[in-house]
Write a protein that binds this ligand. Structure first.
Ligand SMILES: [Zn+2]
Length: 113
């Protein structure tokens, strides 16, 4: 039997950093933060999340920075956005599909006595 499994990612949120200048081109209110969530899948069904990644990008100069490359001026907005972004429940669907038959089996064994 062939199993298709691996990791995929989806964009959770893209939001503007308010009142922030780009560190490269110094344009105001052109920096956006994108939150990407990775997940492990089996047959393209998400099983569990593998973590979030944060990127900033400037619409004017197209500079893109990862979380650890971002300057201190981006960190306040980034922490607010990261608190607001929750891992979506659909990334646990595979775990639920595995857990539900196990729970029904346990309940059936308990009540069969
Ligand atoms: Zn820029």
């Amino acid at each position: 039997m062939i199993f298709f499994f691996g990791t995929r990612s989806s964009t959770l949120l893209t939001d503007k950093l308010a009142d922030t200048n780009c560190v490269y081109c110094n344009e105001r209110d052109t920096v956006y933060i994108t939150v990407i969530s990775g997940y492990f899948h089996i047959f393209w069904i998400p099983v569990f999340p593998t973590g979030k990644q944060y990127y900033s990008h400037c619409l004017h100069c197209k500079q893109t920075l990862s979380r650890y490359q971002m300057p201190v001026t981006y960190q306040n907005g980034l922490s607010e956005i990261s608190q607001r972004t929750k891992t979506p429940i659909w990334q646990f669907i595979g775990l639920m599909l595995i857990a539900i038959p196990i729970l029904f089996g346990i309940i059936a064994v308990i009540f069969a006595k």
